[in-house]
Design a protein. Sequence first.
Length: 215
Amino acid sequence: MGAASVGQAQVYRTAAGIRLDGERLGLTIQQRVFEKSTIEGIFAVGTREVSATALYEWHRPILGRRLNYYLGAGAHVGNLKDSGAFTGLDAILGLEYKVNGLPILISTDIKPAFHVNHEDWVALSTGISIRYVILAEKKKKKSLWPFGNKEEDTKSKSKKKQQVEEKPGVLDIFKKKEPPKEEKKKGLRGIFKKEEPPKVEEKPTFRDIFKKKED
């Protein structure tokens, strides 16, 4: 059973399909959990047994985003027709290919298993999987601006300009701040003291004009 490819080979996040392994037919579901790892669940039914397997898988690209290899490990539980319940450990190594233009994945793998309470304590099986991409990897939007994100560059430049304007200069640091002028408080005398009206200048009369000439 193939695993979700990640890193440079990652083309989807969630995929599900069928896995054919000799006399057993299985349902497989994969989910990406970290940048370069996924978890996989397999439920298989055969002529004499049923089993459920959980695997943790690491992924590496081979050729671009469409072909990758993976390896992993996990455990299983099941029920054998003659012996009853059994458990065990698993390993997996495989190749996976994403069909160009279609949401289809094809993979092949080798899966050794070690059983407890089973008539065969070790087994080596090969499988072929066909899966459908349920949730594809989100593509990043490409910017037409050749020097990165234009909006982010503009925001960072305006922010730097604002910080430079807010920084005090050398003269501002050593310049003493003048204390605010305090208004003089009026005492009791000032409150009850009547303000004198402004003096009005008297206009000169004709007598004053002739008087000045005689002088």
